[in-house]
Design a protein around this ligand. Sequence first.
Ligand code: G1P
Length: 290
Amino acid sequence: MRKPVLKAVFPVAGLGTRFLPATKAIPKEMLPLVDKPLLQHAVDEARAAGIEEFVFVTGGGKRAIEDHFDADAELNRFLELKHNTEGLDAVRQTEIAPGKLFYTRQQQPLGLGHAVWCARAVVGSDPFAIILPDDYVLSQTPCLKQMVEAYQEVGGNIVAVENVPREHTNRYGILKIGSDDGRLVTVEGLVEKPAPAEAPSTLSIIGRYILQPEVMDHLSRHERGTGNEIQLTDAMARLVGQQPFHGLHFEGTRFDCGGKVGFLEATIAHALTRPDMADNVRRVLKKYSS
Ligand code: G1P
């Protein structure tokens, strides 16, 4: 029997310098798409995929994250008193049940692989998901749920993938492809941020992973890769050939919220899916489109 994926790791230790001064006192993962922080979008996606235990890899200056996912008895009481059920529903959704949320600190910015390795004690010997909250995915079925469904079929390791222009391969982890049936790709190799001329394909990894715990053994070696960082892609590459490894062409659109324009585009795209505001947003967009 395949072990279910019940744990998810959220690397949220980055300094968010691209969004200064907004991120001076607020973690970048707390910047909202309309009224919900990026990190909560990620947590909601994980919940929709059946995740029950959440691991946040944080750094200094991230206390707002702890407060956000905690229960705020005083606020709840106030909203109850005011019969503000909408507000109450919204804050209740932020709460993660006691004992189901774990924090660990990445004390040095040594790379994504190192951040994930910081979660090893909670991951233990179980398969686990990773969500990078900077990558926001709009889709019919939540992206991680699509991956869990694929995992139930093929097991092993799965990364969500999309094609990028060849001149952008140096921004992503890139797959060396075996077969590709249009939905699932068999992975023969992985390279972190290859130059366009050296990239084995243009299929890039987006910030969604389902991995087997053995990846932690490889991360434990603390080998440096691209940018002198401990790369998750390098540790995953060592699993190729040892365990099943697939890429999933997910259904949906990925937005890179790590940059300002991408963040703005995600905000607009998200707003346009919301029945409470889509018409008004469309009107505003029209006003500025001439
Ligand atoms: C990280 C990973 C990269 C992946 C990307 C997805 O890169 O290292 O393999 O393609 O996330 O967003 P970063 O964006 O942290 O440079």
